[in-house]
Each structure stands twice: as C-alpha cells, then as structure tokens.
Design a protein around this ligand. Structure first.
Ligand code: ITT
Length: 187
C-alpha cells in the first residue's frame, strides 16, 4: 500500500478522500520530519522524500505546500508553516492592510518514492487574499484564500468543494493517475 508521510491530519483527510475516488487505499504515516530551507518548493519536497528512504519503506510520498502572495514577492512561500503558527491569518491580514494587489497562489509539490526513483507532481491554484477571516472548515490559510472563480474562501467550502479545485487535489490527481497507469496492484 502507498504511504502518505505527513504530520498534518487535514492534508491526509483531503488526500485520502481523493484517493478513494480513484479506488486507491493509502496509509497514513503520521510523522514530522525536518525540512531544508530553500526558496524552491520542488527542492524541499524532493529532499524530504529522499531523506525518508531507510526510515519509511517505499512506496511512499510527501506533500510540501505553501501560500505565495505576489505583492509580498512570494512570502510566506517556504515559510508558510512558520508564519501560520506564529502570526497566523490575523498577522497576515495586518501585513496586507491597504495592499491593493491581493493576488496569491497555493502550490503543492508531491514527491513519490517508488524505491528506484522519485517522481514529482505539482498543483497550483490562483486566487486572492480576503480582507477578513471567513469560514471555519479546512486549515492553515484556508480562511483567507479565495480561489479564482469563487467568492468563497476555502474555509467556507466543504472538503469536496475544496478538493474539486485545490492545488493539493491537482497535484494528487496527477499522482493517482500515474499510480493507476503504472501499478496493477493498488492496495
Ligand atoms: P507536513 O508534515 O506534511 O510537512 P505541514 O503542515 O508542515 O505538514 P507544509 O510544510 O507543506 O505542511 O505546509 C506549510 C503550511 O502551509 C501549513 O502548515 C499550512 O499552514 C499551509 N497550508 C498548506 N496547504 C494548505 C491548504 O491546503 N490550505 C491552507 N493552508 C495550507
């Protein structure tokens, strides 16, 4: 069975729901691992995946994600986790006070280690930063992010609705399509 290594329960819930729509069972390896500091989400994700070899038995995958705000030159980006757990959404909205360009995007890079190679799958969703905290679903920056084409924040959507359009679901659809094409035994 494919293992998802993450300390984040919300990520696991979103991804396991998507996996089951592909008829794929995944196992949660609930574990926090150290991440390198780098401006590239791809490199962070790749490095995390690589260094888990020998700790977790392949096949397994990791998800590295972040929120990138254009007016802040991509901040918090690779610092998303730290910023979320320190100043949080209130602090972020404070920084964004009076800022006209509120465009931003969420990025997820999934890295899969099949034992012999590492494959990456990327998902990106464009949107904007809300002017107030809205909604109570989801996690992290969901209450302040409005995806393009919607007036609701991710936190005002249920899991299915977020999964229909999110950065994470785009990346993981790529992964699950790949698994379905390349592995006859999925469970
Ligand atoms: P891992 O154990 O999987 O690393 P994490 O929560 O530390 O869990 P990341 O480093 O990938 O995960 O994510 C950085 C932060 O970005 C995360 O803590 C959230 O605050 C935020 N984030 C990531 N994906 C998000 C999403 O879909 N919606 C809202 N916030 C998100």
């Amino acid at each position: 069975m494919f293992k998802f290594v993450t300390s984040n329960q919300h990520k696991f819930e979103e991804v396991s729901r998507l996996a089951s729509s592909y008829g794929i069972d995944i196992e949660w390896v609930r574990m926090k691992y150290e991440e390198i500091q780098d401006e590239s989400t791809e490199r962070i994700s790749y490095d995390s995946c690589k260094k888990l070899a020998g700790v977790v038995e392949a096949p397994y995958f990791v998800d590295d994600s972040g929120l990138f705000i254009n007016a802040l030159k991509g901040f918090p980006g690779p610092f998303s986790s730290y910023v979320s757990s320190t100043i949080g959404n209130e602090g972020l909205l404070k920084i964004m006070e009076g800022v006209e360009d509120r465009s931003a995007y969420f990025l997820t890079v999934v890295s899969l280690n099949e034992g012999h190679s590492i494959m990456q799958f990327t998902g990106k969703v464009m949107g904007r930063i809300a002017t107030s905290i809205r909604g109570s679903n989801g996690f992290g920056y969901d209450p302040v992010f409005i995806p393009d084409g919607s007036n609701m924040t991710f936190a005002e959507m249920d899991l299915e609705t977020k999964n229909a359009i999110s950065h994470r679901s785009i990346a993981f659809r790529g992964l699950f399509e790949y698994i379905k094409m390349n592995h006859s035994v999925k469970k």
